[in-house]
Design a protein around this ligand. Structure first.
Ligand code: PMP
Length: 314
């Protein structure tokens, strides 16, 4: 998704400019936290018999840090790491939230990126090709990269994928690595048909979510968060429900088509208005989605009354 709620802020805010100026020179390799140490990212490699490489036996998070007036801060870090802990537990991995918190903060300090995307990953490493993970070592890494906002201005064109979302009864909606093959298939399928992004619908005609973002609809000024048991319980979704008091309930595809506005949300996507779903074109102005995007942008930048409880200073 290319449109970002924070775009306008990022171009103007002095603390954002200052954070960029403090970042290391482009040619310095970024540091990556791996099993307790910060190392140049270019120096690290994974073995070819890594269990997670073959079977997706890992769990990850997508988190963001923002330059605020009080310095760089991570948005809803405990909630992201708690979700990761649940995924790790399901895979039988030990996961120390306090250690992961320190790893995230240490990597951000080392890379001095200001606005950053943060990728922690816990996975099963070297060992046999059997499906039993017992005896395989566990690893943890944290990588960070600068988030570059694209000011494309083009409105995301979405299509409903022919693939169904992993049912929660087979794969719980957590950020398990292997589960994302489902998103990759859907994205590939709709891109081949000329769309930007896929969304999932279920067999009963209900909307589920996009490949890496949750959905909201707006109808007659009322904002509704799409609820579905197979969808990831997104942290951005939860943030918006609290910020604007939106209701959460199942939404049929018919209702989605009849909506005045539809928008997607997620840590990476922030709040992204959807321009079209399979030929149904929505209000080009997306007035409420844009207003909500602005509220979200202020919140992640430490400028709303909600911010202090949700930001971890680096
Ligand atoms: N759904 C899926 C499938 C995702 O991968 C993401 C991104 N983590 C989301 C929704 C949005 O979740 P969050 O707001 O926690 O980033």
């Amino acid at each position: 998704m290319s449109l970002s709620a924070t775009a306008a802020l990022e171009r103007t805010a002095p603390h954002v400019e200052a954070a960029r100026a403090a970042a290391p020179a482009n040619d310095a390799p970024p540091k990556l936290w791996f099993d307790g140490e910060l190392t140049d990212a270019t120096q690290l490699q994974a073995a070819l018999n890594t269990h997670a490489l073959h079977y997706g036996s890992g769990v990850f998070e997508g988190i963001r840090a923002y330059a605020t007036k009080r310095g760089t801060a991570v948005f809803r870090l405990p909630e992201h790491l708690e979700r990761m802990r649940k995924g790790a537990e399901l895979l039988g991995m030990s996961f120390d939230v306090a250690q992961a918190t320190e790893a995230v903060l240490a990597t951000l300090r080392a890379n001095r990126q200001g606005d950053a995307y943060i990728r922690p990953l816990a996975w099963y490493g070297e060992g046999s090709f059997g499906l039993d993970v017992g005896g395989h070592p566990q690893h943890l890494m944290v990588a960070t990269s600068s988030t570059n906002v694209h000011l494309g201005g083009n409105r995301t064109r979405v299509s409903v994928s022919k693939w169904r979302r992993n049912p929660a009864t087979s794969l719980p909606p957590l950020k398990l690595c292997g589960a994302y093959v489902n998103s990759i298939l859907a994205k590939r399928e709709v891109k081949a048909r000329g769309f930007d992004e896929a969304m999932f619908a279920d067999d009963d005609g209900f909307a589920v979510e996009c490949t890496g973002a949750n959905l909201f609809i707006v109808r007659d000024g009322r904002v509704t968060a799409v609820e579905h048991r197979d969808a990831l319980p997104g942290i951005t979704r939860d943030t918006l429900i609290r910020l604007i008091g939106a209701e959460s309930r199942p939404v049929s595809m018919e209702e989605l088509r009849d909506a005045d506005e539809v928008f997607a949300c997620g840590t990476a996507a922030e709040v992204t208005p959807i321009g079209e779903i399979d030929g149904r074109v929505y209000d080009a102005e997306s007035p409420l989605a844009r207003e909500i995007a602005a509220v979200y942008a202020r919140t992640v930048r430490g400028e709303s009354s909600w911010s202090s409880g949700w930001l971890t200073e680096v």
